[in-house]
Design a protein around this ligand. Structure first.
Ligand SMILES: Cc1cc2nc3c(=O)[nH]c(=O)nc-3n(C[C@H](O)[C@H](O)[C@H](O)COP(=O)(O)O)c2cc1C
Length: 419
């Protein structure tokens, strides 16, 4: 019987343990978590979501306060088109976050950054260019392009000195999206170094509609595999979404995947950025406590716990401090939804917005509890403590469990197996 450790992914001249911990914004996949994966010979991700905010928390910088101060005059204004990011400050924050992470890297593994196109930041092209090039300047090993089709993203950094050295990957949920990406980028003569195929059971935003349940990861992976073979393209495939045990991973590796991307199992590790109380919510969750909804202003469905404080919250849009989801004209679907409610209740008391959420603020405060479908199985991966809480896990423990387990067994923190 095979285990993940029987496989290796050869990339960048290295033979890696084929386990990639997926990017989880905002700072849920922390530098600390990514460093464990790299130390153990796999791949970790940090996220480029709201990096100035993350930098303030991590390094006591003042990027958010500075921006807030500059745009204070606009707080009561419904029009947010004035609220822009200072590109130099954005580059500085990104270089700091990436650079410090890379300095701390040990072991043979790699560290990538997850870069979401939907963070349009009231200037989609230039803010994306700055984030990508600053991450490359900061020494990142690879960039995973996510949350968007990224038809023009690679071209933005094609003249960067590290363009052919940094590994680039794209997350897709359909063959159609991949074919479009390859066609649009053909003239750059630079194929992606890997393709993450994310199925409908993943956490975060989904690349499906509300009919996500009709899709299945294995079918999409097989379809993309066949397409690449027909086209004579040898690009490593990395399935993601619902790979909960080492045995789940082996099934994909045996079918030809180069590695797997996993995330949910790491949300309840000590190194994950979620606050301890929120980790307990993830442990406690039952299947009926999860939902996929449309409250993200990005327009993509998102899976989360139904008791997330973000759902139904009616806080004032906080774009002067954050503003990561403002489109190129300074609009965000939450602003419209919020103003509609204010118009209905001009006293501003007890405002609740149910159809959209202020995702920047709620992700920043860990109040939007996005998660993968198998979050309800997390309680089976640990022991309960005498006070009734669940014991947090070490990321190394979870990584090793993926690497060595067989027969769908899950190793508990005391070293015993549960199958
Ligand atoms: C809490 C959480 C946050 C996530 N945030 C992001 C994100 O910011 N960007 C992204 O591309 N994927 C995000 N994902 C998706 C993961 O990177 C990964 O592809 C997927 O969740 C793997 O499936 P699994 O969670 O069932 O293992 C997130 C997943 C979780 C659980």
């Amino acid at each position: 019987m095979k285990r993940v450790d029987d496989f290796r992914w050869r990339i960048g001249g290295k033979d890696l343990v084929p386990i990639m911990i997926g990017g989880m914004g905002v700072d849920i996949s922390t530098a600390e978590l990514s460093l464990v994966a790299a130390r153990l010979g796999g791949i970790g991700h940090i996220s480029d979501a709201m990096v100035p905010t993350v930098s303030d928390r991590r390094f006591r910088t003042n990027f958010v306060r500075e921006k807030q101060k500059k745009y204070k005059y606009n707080v009561a204004n419904r029009d947010k088109s004035d609220v822009k990011f200072d590109l130099d400050r954005l580059a500085e924050a990104t270089k700091l976050h990436v650079g410090r992470t890379m300095e701390a890297r040990q072991g043979e593994g790699l560290i990538f950054i997850n870069c979401m196109e939907k963070l349009t930041m009231n200037n989609p092209r230039e803010t994306l260019r700055v984030r990508l090039s600053a991450a490359m300047d900061g020494g990142i090993d690879g960039i995973t392009l996510s949350a968007g089709l990224h038809l023009g993203s690679l071209a933005l950094v094609a003249d960067h000195p590290r363009f052919r050295d940094v590994k680039f990957g794209i997350i897709v949920s359909s063959l159609r999206a991949l074919a479009l990406f390859l066609r649009k980028n053909a003239r750059l003569d630079r194929l992606p170094d890997y393709i993450v195929v994310e199925g409908p059971l993943a956490g975060g935003h989904l690349g499906f509609g509300m009919d996500w349940a009709q899709y299945d990861l294995k079918t999409i992976v097989t379809e993309i595999h066949r397409f690449l073979a027909q086209e004579g393209l040898d690009i490593p495939l990395i399935p993601a979404g619902g790979i909960f045990t080492g045995t789940d991973a082996v099934e994909f590796l045996e079918a030809g995947a180069a590695a797997v991307q996993v995330a949910t199992r790491f949300t309840v590790t000590r190194e994950c950025g979620l606050p301890p109380k929120v980790k307990q919510e993830y442990f406690k969750a039952r299947e009926e406590d999860l939902e996929v909804n449309m409250i993200s202003p990005t327009g993509y469905p998102m899976r989360m716990l139904k008791n997330s404080p973000a759902i139904g919250s009616g806080i004032r849009p906080n774009c002067e401090a954050y503003g990561y989801l403002l489109d190129g004209s300074g609009n965000c679907a939450y602003i419209d939804a919020y103003n509609r409610e204010i118009d209905k209740h001009p006293d501003g008391v007890n405002i609740s917005v149910r159809d959209k959420t202020c995702l920047c603020t709620h992700m920043r405060n860990y109040d939007c509890w996005t998660c993968g479908q198998y979050t309800y199985r997390l309680k089976d991966t640990t022991r309960r403590l005498p006070d009734g809480t669940y014991k947090l896990l070490d990321a190394e423990h979870v990584f090793r469990d993926y690497q060595y387990s067989v027969d769908h067994q899950i190793m508990l923190p005391d070293g015993l197996n549960r199958s």
